[in-house]
Ligand binder design. Structure first.
Ligand SMILES: O=C(O)CCC(=O)C(=O)O
Length: 369
């Protein structure tokens, strides 16, 4: 058959309209049909005509089916049959509805996903390249309530920390204290500074240990601080370490000026060197009260067991170095879990190169002080 003999929707000219198509003219409107029948065309569009009415003769049915297939073939070739109007066009539209819906959903999903990526970028990280803030999703978490004991807290606390090392066990607490708290401690301690001293081993004297610790400092208990800052900091240290406030020595507030340092040493006292001890230092919490322009890092020369066999002179600034930043805390354990002194807890303060370093050390003991 020549192409010009066909109508726009592909049915041959001069042929009687197939009865199955004509029948559609007299069927009830779509919305009047029972619900089950209304759903069927969506699910099984091709079988509906033969189910909805008595079977016509074999000849007509074959013709209808042939015409349907022909329309389908033309539609697939871009023959323009995907339009409302004839029964064949309706079927095609129905068959294309699902892929179109799926495609639209995928596009919406993709757009939403890309949008959410854009909006969840953390602008904080770009504000200060020196000190990027990493905000965890946990900050937004909502926690369920939990029954708590007499001495417990009514709600969870957020004290962020980073493990700096397992040998020694060292943790860093960013922004542990506020700038105001730090400034108050410095103000309180400033008037009381004296040259720092050392606990002496058998056979040592002030003269023989000169130069090991060149900072100035003072001991300050929380009760001696009229601003209340030390009491707040002490409470937070107790929370972070789960070691009671009563186990802490008074704060040792230190000031290092340019060139001043503390050679590497242990905070725990080895009875073989220092004689019998009533109690032992378990851990040290350092709160940095100022930024330091250059130098003044707290160093751990033996971190991870490094440098233990190089004949280390206790002066060199090597190993893990923690840069002092105002308000940040550093906790490390002097004792291993079994109670013996951790050899990797050796530490000291590198000399300050530029600026001034202020730090408050709290030594925490295994017994109440
Ligand atoms: O100042 C420092 O960074 C270290 C202080 C220290 O080692 C100490 O107080 O025992």
């Amino acid at each position: 058959m020549h192409a010009s003999e066909r109508s726009a929707h592909g049915a041959p000219y001069n042929k009687p309209v197939p009865r199955s198509l004509a029948r559609h003219q007299f069927q009830r409107p779509f919305h009047d049909r029972p619900e089950k029948t209304r759903l069927l065309p969506l699910l099984r569009p091709r079988r509906l005509p033969s189910r909805a009415s008595p079977q016509p003769s074999q000849h007509v049915d074959t013709q209808t089916r042939f015409a349907g297939r022909e329309r389908h073939r033309r539609a697939m070739k871009g023959g323009g049959a995907i339009r409302s109007g004839g029964g064949g066009g309706g079927l095609m539209r129905t068959r294309l509805r699902l892929p179109v819906v799926l495609l639209s959903c995928s596009l919406f999903f993709l757009a939403g996903f890309l949008g959410s990526l854009l909006f969840t970028q953390d602008p904080q990280g770009e504000e200060d390249p020196e000190r990027p803030l990493r905000r965890e999703r946990v900050m937004e978490a909502v926690w369920p309530e939990m029954a708590y004991g007499e001495s417990g807290d009514p709600a969870p606390s957020l004290i962020p920390y980073q493990i700096l090392s397992w040998q020694p066990r060292a943790l860093y607490f960013p922004q542990f204290a506020t700038a105001e708290q730090c400034e108050n401690v410095v103000k309180t301690a400033k008037a009381r500074l004296r040259p720092s001293t050392l606990a002496l081993r058998k056979g040592e004297s002030e003269e023989t240990t000169k130069g090991i610790r060149t900072s100035s400092g003072t001991f300050l208990s929380a009760e001696e601080d009229p601003t209340g800052a030390l009491a707040e900091i002490e409470t937070k240290i107790a929370k972070a370490t789960m070691m009671p406030r009563s186990h802490g020595e008074p704060f040792n507030v230190l000031r290092y000026e340019i060139g001043q340092k503390y050679a590497s040493h242990y905070d725990a006292f080895d009875p073989a060197q220092y004689g019998p001890q009533k109690s032992q230092r378990v851990a040290s919490f350092l709160l940095y009260l100022t930024d330091v322009e250059e130098g003044g890092e707290t160093m751990f020369p033996y971190e991870n067991g490094d440098n233990m066999n190089i004949g280390y002179d206790y002066e060199q600034c090597i190993g893990l170095k923690v840069k002092p930043r105002k308000g940040d805390g550093l906790l490390f354990y002097s004792l291993m879990v079994n109670g013996t002194i951790d050899p990797t807890s050796l530490h000291g303060s590198c000399p300050v190169v530029r600026g001034e370093k202020w730090v408050a050390t709290k030594w925490i003991r295994d017994k109440s002080v």
